[in-house]
Design a protein around this ligand. Sequence first.
Ligand code: ZN
Length: 305
Amino acid sequence: MRPIESAPPVVAVDVGGTSVKAGVVAADGTVSRLTRVATPPPGLDAQPVVDAVVAVVEKLTAADSGGPAALGLVVPGIVDEQAGLAVAAENLGWRDVPLRDLVARRLDCPVVLGHDVRAGGLAEHRVGACRGARDSVFLPVGTGIAAALVLDGRLFAGAGYAGEIGHVDVGTGLPCACGGRGCLETVASAAAVARRYTAATGRPVDGSRDVAALVRAGEPAAVAVWDEALDALARGLAMLTGIVAPEIIAVGGGFGEAADLVVDPLGERLAQRLTFHRVPRVVPAELGDLAGCVGAGLLAWELIS
Ligand SMILES: [Zn+2]
């Protein structure tokens, strides 16, 4: 038997809007050799991203005797995991890119394509904040809001369209970038919180973190914006709870970083909206911005086990 250290590594790559994170992921989800490179600028042609993924994988495994045992690749947008297709990614400008096969052709190893948030949900479910639950939701609240649903112990993808809780109508009446109106994202994303604070006060802020600091200081306009965001989130999560009844909801992303201002009050507001339902525990996510990478690695392990 070969010694463990010479076994080809399982590699994970998480392509984000601004950076590409890559690392070697062990079967227990531990990440090593973590590296980050800038995401190529958006364009209809996915070739620069394919090149960047291949380059980062080759760099990561340069000291190994061969290539990786498997690659887990996750991207944002609408992803059809089964078909290996990046159907749409607003930030990256793609449409219907057969990303899995494009990368697999260049790397001599099995490749699995996943969705960044769903992969993060899988990671939180297996090795993070949702360990031990059968039905869990991972809710990263950042520039946008999406949910990853694990139901009966399995990720639920809806061919790439499930979990778009950011675009359910929570009654705000505000127009949304998606073309809809009243979407949760119009008031409750980290970006919306910062934007709405500036709109209300004329004072620019550098993201939701600044607004969180103002909330701590008791600044009334910040408190009002924060309050609206939490109420809208609680409303969205109450709908979700009525439909899929998760045992646990792990909140992550930029907004979730202010855990004491988000997670506990959100849990309370959600509980107030429910009656006979199973009340989910609302907890902070545990894997931070590595969730997608860990999940990509776990997907790759599934592919070869
Ligand atoms: Zn929308």
